[in-house]
Design a protein around this ligand. Structure first.
Ligand code: SF4
Ligand code: SF4
Length: 146
């Protein structure tokens, strides 16, 4: 008879109980939080654009200077278990947001698939839609559909 596999850490630990390594691995590497947003001054609605932070490596969808990101990009939000005010701003697919809601990680999440490329293959990452903000004149031309 097969022995039951132990549950993975992201199902047994809360966000605040995770080690730094476990916390970092919960990021699926989609790059969506590195896209610029626009806010409608009249109704407060947030619009996501395809214009990515200039530090995002669009092919890997990873920050090209993660260690120094706060110094180089003052608007970059550092995600941490102690700083959860950002949760509502993250996409529904984000691993942090899913676990904060008690939802399972999807099959394409690298922690589940064991393959860092699965987030790209599933079309979740911004690899095929992002453009560097350095190549953008007017963000309003790059608003993504809801
Ligand atoms: S949206 Fe969430 S999972 Fe995607 S890159 Fe940002 S922090 Fe990581
Ligand atoms: S500095 Fe890095 S982590 Fe922060 S928004 Fe830019 S690419 Fe993303």
């Amino acid at each position: 008879m097969d022995q039951a596999q132990p549950k993975p850490y992201w199902e047994t630990k809360s966000l605040t109980e995770m080690s730094t390594e476990e916390w970092e691995a919960l990021c699926d590497g989609c790059g969506r939080c590195c896209l610029n947003k626009l806010q409608d001054e009249d109704n407060g609605k947030i619009y996501l654009t395809s214009a990515a932070c200039y530090l995002l490596d669009i092919d890997s969808c990873r920050c090209s200077d993660y260690q120094n990101r706060k110094q180089r990009m003052s608007e970059c939000i550092s995600l941490s278990p102690d700083n959860t005010g950002w949760l509502e701003w993250l996409p529904d697919t984000c691993g942090y947001r899913l676990r904060a809601r008690g939802l399972p990680l999807p099959d394409w999440h690298p922690l589940v698939s064991g393959d860092p490329d699965s987030v790209h293959q599933a079309g979740i990452s911004v690899r095929h839609l992002a453009i560097s903000e350095l190549d953008v004149d007017d963000l309003r031309d790059y608003v993504l559909e809801d």
